[in-house]
Design a protein around this ligand. Sequence first.
Ligand code: NAD
Ligand code: UDP
Length: 339
Amino acid sequence: MAILVTGGGGYIGSHTVLRLLEQQEEVVVLDNFVNASPQALTRVAGLAGRAPHVIEGDVCDAALLTRLFATHRIDAVIHFAGLKAVGESVREPLAYYQVNLSGTLTLLAAMRAAGVHHLIFSSSATVYGQPEQVPLTEASRTGGTTNPYGTSKWMVEQVLRDLALAAPEMALVALRYFNPVGAHPSGRIGEDPRGTPNNLLPYIAQVAVGKLPSVTVFGNDYPTPDGTGVRDYIHVMDLADGHLQALRHSRDRTGFSVWNLGTGRGHSVLEMIDAFRRLSGRDIPYTLAPRRPGDIAECWSDPSRAAVDLKWSATRDLDDMIRDTWRWQSQNPQGYSSE
Ligand code: NAD
Ligand code: UDP
């Protein structure tokens, strides 16, 4: 039996595919490469010593999914495929609901028709909207999302909850990621954003390597220790391992489950810049700017439910995250087009 990984060519997907291959799983990747390079999977195969089966195609293509499930013996799906740029989602809401919501509905319908019952879905801490308090537990209030990207993740969670009631044979899991960063320690695979990065750590990394002149710090008047935004950054390899544990745990279970995947620790923007400067030895100039619309002051997880249920906790600290990001960025200044 094989595991279908949608969006397996992307940032989190490629690291997870590598871990699955290392665990001797058979992996089928479905990706249309709108935000990924096929190079990532070539390098994954190099690291693992074996390759996933790669299908180039769209998760919204119902006929393709029907063929895929008829051709490959799939027993579980890890569903990463989606669009993820918050600002773009405000400008292009239909595209975001089409891929993130409708694509997931199409996938679920094809899974049901094929008798595939097991799904792990990439949700996000964004479903908590404006947190009432931190740390966030899985029982914290969700909703109140402020952009179509976040709303699409929240809507899919409601769909999964309803489907689990209607189809009691299904095991449906939503993993709420906090802020994924870092790269595989080999420096061979990592995050390769197209154009100017939206997220903090890839932005800092591009300043460190000389591609961008300085970091803009969005707001230093938040009610946080140094006034800048605080987030729960989690190493992408820890996140990949969280998927493996969730897959293992839910294999013989049914129903809808949700777990936070975070470290339980928060770091401010200025802490991130300082740590990157220390570990890369590079100058990281920054300028202070007003708050970014829609941003929240602080967001970090209570990851204890995953520790108890999944026997999973993050093992890599901030220095590991930054060292691995820097190795990837400095060895691949142009991302996957460096080679
Ligand atoms: P990514 O953009 O690197 O990966 C997504 C992958 O899906 C890409 O390879 C892309 O080519 C593919 N894809 C997009 N639309 C597709 C379609 N219609 N059909 C087939 N493939 C398609 O993003 P990522 O950071 O690896 O994120 C993976 C998932 O995790 C996404 O669903 C994202 O929303 C979610 N997530 C990411 C973060 C984060 O900060 N990176 C945080 C929380 C949740
Ligand atoms: N941030 C920043 N400058 C940037 C990008 C992000 O100051 O160029 C801040 C942002 O305001 C937030 C933190 O860094 O406090 C993390 O932002 P990111 O976009 O990486 O993640 P998210 O906002 O989704 O948590």
